[in-house]
Ligand binder design. Structure first.
Ligand SMILES: [Zn+2]
Ligand SMILES: [Zn+2]
Length: 363
């Protein structure tokens, strides 16, 4: 390791390795070595993400081979070693991260849209996505390029910091949508982790009023905790009627679709006012129909979103550090890394109102 590595690091670490479809194994493997522009991070908190379950079931394009895949792309920790050229960080810094490092040599990366890297999954060309293409944080240590690392103040917990890319994704979507939410009415459809992060971000950006619609009452309660003014239980009320009644029949300026369902997309389209905008934050796993006549006649725009490009994780960290978004109520469960099987089942089955389940690899 580099000369800037403290001598007290162990040589091996615990890591949960994906060995085959839905087959994970706890292993002891060497601690990774940071390259010249990397830092080594001791992982304190790693949140389980729905896409982790997807990658366990069937590899995503670009995913590293079985036996090498370590999942976990939402994490935070402490810098414990520096690459030879790194003077941007110091050992002991508390940091949040983002998973994606673009290749830096394709057109999209040069524009800053590195989550759409044209060399996605090509490690030899420099693309990384920790927890997918490159090793992630279902492990005690992980290497990150310095462009993907952000210092956090002591006031932000590691659990909360591990969730920051969710806000980064939302901000990237809002930036692509037009980026101006102050004074606007916003509907968020779906109160999963991304939907809740979207509602919190819309509040932070000065929305006039945020509506949050879901069918799960306990998730709507979390919405209230993070400052949503009007939650709508779609089992008990008609969300479209609630919004039209509340807006003199006009609808919201922005709808953020985070359910991935046909009903959610229809609601987003119908509840948006003329000249409004719809952000497709969810990634539906089957083709959905969209009423293009409604969009065209009313000059509404719909855009999709993947990831958290440009400076949006830095912006998300700023919101978090200044107390403008509140992710604490999303972190509902915590487990040591050794209990990863229990943690995954609590998350998968949404036991006890689970929203985000966090692994603690140092416990
Ligand atoms: Zn994720
Ligand atoms: Zn690229």
């Amino acid at each position: 390791m580099s000369s800037k590595t403290p001598p007290n690091l162990p040589s091996a670490m615990k890591a949960v390795v994906l060995m085959g479809p839905n087959r994970l194994e706890m292993q002891h493997i060497p601690i990774p070595i940071p390259g010249p522009t990397d830092v080594l991070i001791r992982v304190e908190s790693c949140a389980i993400c729905r896409s982790d379950l997807g990658m366990m079931e069937k590899p995503f394009p670009g995913q590293s081979p079985y036996g090498q895949t370590i999942l976990g792309h939402e994490y935070a920790g402490t810098v414990v070693a520096l690459g030879d050229t790194v003077d941007e960080f110091e050992i002991g810094d508390r940091v949040a991260v983002e998973a994606h490092l673009g290749c830096g040599r394709c057109r999209n990366c040069r524009l800053g849209d590195y989550t759409s890297c044209l060399n996605y999954g090509n490690r030899t060309k420099g693309h990384r996505c920790n927890g997918h293409v490159t090793p992630g944080a279902y492990a005690q240590y992980v290497v990150n390029h310095i462009n993907t690392v952000y210092k956090i103040p002591d006031s932000v917990s590691f659990d909360e910091a591990s969730l920051v890319t969710n806000v980064g994704c939302v901000l990237y979507g809002i930036e692509n949508l037009g980026g101006y939410i102050v004074g606007e009415r916003v509907l968020v459809v779906g109160a999963g982790p991304l939907g809740l992060a979207a509602a919190s971000a819309a509040n932070a950006l000065g929305a006039d009023k945020v509506y949050l619609s879901d069918v799960l009452a306990d998730r709507l309660e979390v919405g209230k905790k993070i400052g949503v003014q009007r939650t709508i239980n779609a089992v008990a009320e008609d969300p479209l009627k609630v919004i039209l009644d509340d807006t003199q029949g006009l609808g919201v300026n922005y709808a953020i679709e985070s359910s991935g369902t046909q009903a959610g997309l229809d609601l987003a389209v119908n509840a948006t006012c003329r000249n409004g905008k719809i952000l497709m934050l969810a990634i539906p796993h089957q083709p959905l129909k969209v009423d293009l006549e409604n969009l065209s006649l009313n000059d509404k725009d719909i855009i999709t979103n993947r990831g958290e490009s440009r400076a949006n994780v830095a912006r998300a960290v700023s919101l978090l550090a200044n107390g403008l978004v509140n992710l604490k109520p999303l972190a509902t469960h915590r487990f040591p890394l050794d209990d990863y099987e229990t943690a995954l089942s609590v998350f998968r089955e949404r036991k006890e109102g689970a929203i985000k389940v966090i692994l603690h690899p140092q416990e």
